[in-house]
Design a protein around this ligand. Sequence first.
Ligand SMILES: *Cc1c(COP(=O)(O)O)cnc(C)c1O
Length: 395
Amino acid sequence: MNQSFSPRDLGAHAAADDLFTPVHPAAFNAVSPPIFQTSLFTYDSYEAMEDVFAGRTRNFIYSRGDNPTVREFELLVARLEGAEDGRAFSSGTAAITSTILSLVEAGDRVVAVRHLYNDVYRLLVKLLGRLGVTVDFVDPSDHDEVRKALPGAKLLYLENPSSFIFELQDIVALSAMAKEAGVTTIIDNSWATPLFQKPVQHGVDIVVHAASKYLGGHSDTVAGVVVGSKEAIAKINSTSYPYVGAKLAPFEAWLLLRGMRTLRVRLKEHERSGLLLADRLKQHPGIARVRHPAFQDHPGRATLTGYAGLFAFDLTPDIDVARFVNALREIRLGVSWGGPETLVVPAKVALQIPDRMTTFIRFGVSEQTIRFAVGLEEPELLWNDLQQALHAAKR
Ligand SMILES: *Cc1c(COP(=O)(O)O)cnc(C)c1O
């Protein structure tokens, strides 16, 4: 059920949006959707233009607002997530910022899980701080702490599992608590994708994605998307989207639609290789700890119907981090994840970013932690590379 997705789903959602309906038949049943590489749309008469502007008839106007290729991507993600509508952006961060800005105003308070994507942490603390919005960071496993923080808050921000340490959250319990307190719940679902977790089914109001990662899947585009109720997306459309101006380009939307045609098979392979390597690393004497959601006995696992290929491991103190990383031959050093290439990010290097969350170490990341994004290479090749690098880096 959760993994039922076929390339035929592309363009199969005409009923979801009347604006989109005339577009797909015009595509001559092309198996790959066309790119509407246009900034604007024209009208045959004064009356036709006026009808569109007055909302009496629907047509596209300008691609900062709506574009057919972008719309196809938005509706595909909404459909996969079981949400009513969606809005795409030029990055995951733009999607997250615009979503949060549509919900908060000066004097409001946000409750967020204590460990989240670094730029979202900085958005909450720095930009929203300047605008008079405060944040309470909570331990998502401490439900009493969350329950106490929620009354009077505007939104609850989750990531299941969280960035870098892959801490799980019971999104069913947390979103129910938020609902009871009248608080809107947002989750970053980039890790699981809608194939491995459908938060809307579990009570979450709004789902955001760094489409740059698994949805695109080929390390060739930066993009984001948010999905939720028609009302939630309408609010984004009226309060932040047009002015933030961080619209998704038609070509980028086309790359995402292309990438998503293989989402199911890619994720299965990321999952299989990730679990295989996580299991072997766990048994290796050079590894102190593997931070993979499959190894956590936590209720937050219940909403995951599969595991992505992104996790972390801690080297034992007798393995030198720099020497380990420099000894890798197949596996490369680089940020981001979700593409075909296997990548590592040492926490020790990530911590050098100015303003990196000061709480990073306190929540269990050590200087020996390595974030590991398992790509689509033959897993035995990756295992050989890890083994030889661990051997070479032993002090
Ligand atoms: C990369 C990432 C983002 C931000 O996405 P961009 O497209 O880089 O702006 C947000 N959340 C998570 C979990 C990410 O890994």
